[in-house]
Design a protein around this ligand. Structure first.
Ligand code: PLP
Length: 441
């Protein structure tokens, strides 16, 4: 008898028992290399003593104090540390328990900001196709993945979706990377004009698209043009770095590499590194002050905002990232990972594209490399790849529907930054075996 409501009702899962660096060990003693950090969560592996000590120390002194009554040292220190390293004018941190909550808070803050500024007609959120922003109804409404949205469509809030910046599939023949990026970004302007600029409140995007596209970075100039358009029309720029942030791409914040800073920024996953569930919504001084000088409070909240144990874990994680050089290591190891990915897979006739940054990489599979034609979705390739890799002892994150929610397959890799070069090479060997099992050449 079991009573847990699992993700998949008919899957039979091993029981995870312990963690050792980059490995998870099940109750039979089998070791799995965590090549995707779960879903880009476990940036520091599974047995970091400084983080577990920080959590224990916090529980020993105080497990919980409601933020309606108290602040905590760990929340204050973590916010200071994040802001000291945050892009642009980002100045305030609103701690939540995960990525979807961070996105919900961002959407509601954008709306309240415009209300407080006397622009109540600003209500439209523009997002992108093939994005993922979470599974709560607001975040799912923003997300652009058809498969995830379809059955809940009658419940979703109406939002607009423009194209992603996905040059492998969407750049025209003969078009330069730069021109493609400007064309993709200019879709935002067209959509703002279509909706009426005075009615648009914000644009949300993942700087590097994770789960639904497989680690797709933007082309150069795309985000600078996006920022320009947002500024021109008074539209807030929300960057969702839940998956790609916190050092994953070799910068603490992924947007640092794009030379833009957002008005609102969402982080989660790597912020707690899996040691605690924690996320955060960060905003600029200007947004904060318009609330602070206006109604004086953000009309939002959850019981576990700024949980002291979660913020203790987050503080220990961010100290590892910054003081113990783990962001720099993600950059360094990422160079090796990219080289090895290209060496091992670039010649495979069914590998269409290898893309990513730092310790965040995707491989997109195609039936035909010349035409970029995806495999028949009926083959269930991504699911088979996940199963085979897991049997070989590799946790990775394959996903179908890369192109349009239905067609296309990719695998996402997001290993812990502590992985050694040998461990990464070993993981790619396991991935090769899984690919050979599932896509014979
Ligand atoms: N935003 C992005 C970019 C994500 O990748 C995810 C999760 O994969 C979320 C939001 C939702 O985060 P959570 O699953 O913690 O609610």
């Amino acid at each position: 008898m079991n009573h847990v409501f699992p993700r998949h009702c008919h899957a039979s899962l091993p029981t995870a028992k312990s963690g050792d660096g980059c490995f998870i060990i099940d109750t039979h003693g089998k070791r799995y290399f965590d090549g995707s950090g779960g879903a880009a969560v476990s940036c520091l592996g599974h047995s970091n003593q400084r983080i577990t000590d920080a959590i224990k120390a916090q529980v020993d002194s105080l497990a919980f104090a409601h933020t309606g009554f108290f602040t905590s040292d760990t929340a204050e220190e973590l916010a200071d540390l994040l802001i000291a390293n945050a892009p642009g004018d980002i100045d305030r941190v609103y701690f939540v328990s995960g990525g979807s909550e961070a996105v919900e808070a961002a959407i509601k803050l954008a709306r309240q900001y415009h209300l407080e500024n006397g622009q109540p007609e600003r209500r439209h959120l523009i997002a992108r196709r093939q994005s993922y922003h979470g599974n709560t109804l607001g975040a799912l409404s923003a997300g652009g993945n058809e498969w995830r949205r379809r059955q809940f469509a009658p419940l979703l809030v109406e939002m607009s979706h423009i194209s992603a910046c996905y040059e492998y599939a969407e750049r025209s023949k003969g078009e330069s990377l730069y021109d493609y990026g400007q064309r993709a970004a200019n879709e935002l302007e067209s959509e703002i004009l279509r909706l009426g600029p005075e009615t648009v409140m914000a644009f949300i995007a993942e700087p590097i698209v994770g789960a639904t596209l497989g680690a797709v970075p933007p082309v150069d100039g795309y985000y600078r043009r996006i920022r320009e358009i947002c500024d021109e029309y008074g539209v807030l720029l929300i960057l969702d770095e839940v998956m790609c942030g916190m050092g994953r791409t070799g910068n603490l914040f992924a947007c640092d590499a794009e030379d833009v800073s957002p008005d609102i920024l969402c982080i989660a996953k790597g912020l707690g590194g899996g040691y605690q569930p924690i996320g955060a919504m960060l905003c600029t001084k200007q947004i904060y002050e318009s609330i602070s000088n206006g109604s004086g409070f953000f009309q939002h909240g959850h019981t576990y905002l700024g949980h002291p144990v979660a913020t203790a874990a987050g503080l220990a994680v961010v100290r590892e990232l910054l003081d113990h050089g783990m962001v720099a290591q993600a950059h360094q190891r990422g160079i090796h990972l990219e080289q090895q990915l290209r060496t091992k897979f670039a010649q495979n006739p069914h590998v269409g594209d290898i893309r990513g940054r730092g310790m965040f990489w995707g491989i997109e599979f195609v039936a035909n490399r010349e035409t970029k034609q995806p495999f028949d979705p009926a083959l269930g390739l991504a699911g088979k790849l996940k199963k085979s890799a897991f049997e070989h002892g590799l946790i990775c994150y394959p996903m179908p529907g890369t192109r349009d929610g239905k067609n296309g397959d990719h695998v996402l890799l997001a290993p812990p930054f502590i992985a050694t070069e040998d461990e990464l090479d070993g993981a790619l060997d396991l991935l090769s075996r899984a690919i050979a099992d599932v896509i014979p050449t």
